[in-house]
Design a protein around this ligand. Sequence first.
Ligand code: NDP
Length: 278
Amino acid sequence: MEILDGKLLSCKIKDEVKAGSDSYHVTPILAVITIGDDEASKVYVENKRKACEYVGMSMMHFDYADCVKEKVVIKKIRELNKEKTVNGIILQLPLPDGFDEKKIINEISPEKDVDGLTDTSQGRLLMGESGFVPCTPMGIIEIFDYYKINLEGKHVVVVGRSNLVGKPIMIECLKRNATCTICHSKTKDLAHYTKDADVLIVATGHKYLIDKTMVKKGVVIIDVGITRIEKKIYGDVNPDVESVASYVTPVPGGVGPMTVAMLLKNTLIAYKNQNDPQ
Ligand code: NDP
């Protein structure tokens, strides 16, 4: 069994982004909008700030209390859309109750939508047109490419159907000629599907939903899930799968760091598109 080392690969990608960013005379800028006081979000935003600093980008943080009016956030996004020095804009999720996540995200200009979550970006992805792909699925594809895991003709089973992870990774795998099955909380007999997977991608947020009895020998497993219990992080996949799988992403140190690296990569692409279009 080989570990798919997302931490190592993310460092390599960050160095590539840094080289790209250093070749410009102006610093690319990522604007991050947060609403409320979500503890996990604070950690993620801090990680993004550090990663931006490392690659020579600037991160602007607009931090709103959960009593902020939606129209105030929308006004800020519209200003940032027009601001030429800002290349990427993201809204850190989840939002506190009462905010219309979709409505706010859709205010972000598709040219600056480096999280790939606007309807325009998602539609472009579905139609096979160029645009920003959400960072987690992009990071998973980078892992496949780096470790030379060919998806053609393979049965890829995705557990989870969110717009952030499950649906976009399924589309990316289809593009690479995989045969795809997508499962979710209403799937009957989940193990029936997971046992047939050549490649299993799990993104549910349920600690150890998948164990070794649910997979076949030689399977490639991508564990996206994150569950925090008393400051420790667990994936969706029980580590006992290591006795049967051929490749596994660890949690932490697998998909997580790749997600941040892809955000930087998308921000650099946004910068290039806005300043140096081919
Ligand atoms: P969502 O809550 O939006 O989606 C979870 C999906 O899992 C849903 O489609 C849900 O089904 C499905 N699901 C839930 N329980 C089960 C079950 N028992 N059996 C089968 N399917 C189930 O989450 P996200 O997609 O945003 O994130 C998923 C996980 O990945 C979370 O732990 C999140 O923290 C983590 N994550 C990690 C990232 C990283 O960088 N490592 C990035 C993004 C997310 P249904 O649609 O029927 O409700």
